[in-house]
Design a binder for this molecule. Structure first.
Ligand code: DQA
Length: 148
């Protein structure tokens, strides 16, 4: 049995109330519960963390090393700005699936740039909360590919 980290960044604690036309009505608590259920179905542990602070997200990635087999990361707006988060992923070599509820490529041009994409094993966006489950499936496949 492996463990996976589901890491959510700034403003995602407001899901359900925040711009529901873009992000839907599902709360972060509900998404996290779905991730735990899905992990259990796959036979793995899932640990969920959310922070609005860039340094805390970087700390969570450092601490995931040797503990979690991979990470689903919705870095929110830090996706488009954070060289620090990109460097943390590169430094730890943690397998990361970049996740967005919305299709960032169909939105404002500043959301098309992702610092996470170049260090992630892949990106899932536009599928709403279901994307988190797809990302967990991808991480389990990645673990198998690595012989785990
Ligand atoms: C987001 C997309 C980002 O551009 C935005 O800043 C968010 C949420 C998404 O899940 O669609 O906070 O990551």
């Amino acid at each position: 049995m492996a463990s996976f980290l589901v890491l959510n960044g700034p403003n995602l604690n407001l899901l359900g109330q925040r711009q529901p036309d873009i992000y839907g009505s599902t709360t972060l608590d509900q998404i996290e519960a779905q991730c735990l259920d899905h992990g259990a179905r796959l036979g793995h542990d899932v640990v969920c963390v959310q922070s609005n602070h860039e340094g805390a997200l970087i700390d969570a990635i450092h601490q995931a090393r040797g503990v979690h087999a991979g990470c689903v990361l919705n870095a929110g707006a830090y996706t488009h700005t954070s060289i620090g988060l990109m460097d943390a992923i590169a430094a730890t070599e943690l397998p990361v699936v970049e996740l967005h509820l919305s299709n960032i490529h169909a939105r404002e041009p500043f959301r098309h740039k992702s610092y996470i994409a170049s260090v992630a094993i892949g990106q899932i966006c536009g599928f709403g909360p279901r994307g988190y489950l797809l990302a967990l499936d991808a991480l389990v496949g990645n673990l198998r590919d690595r012989g785990g």
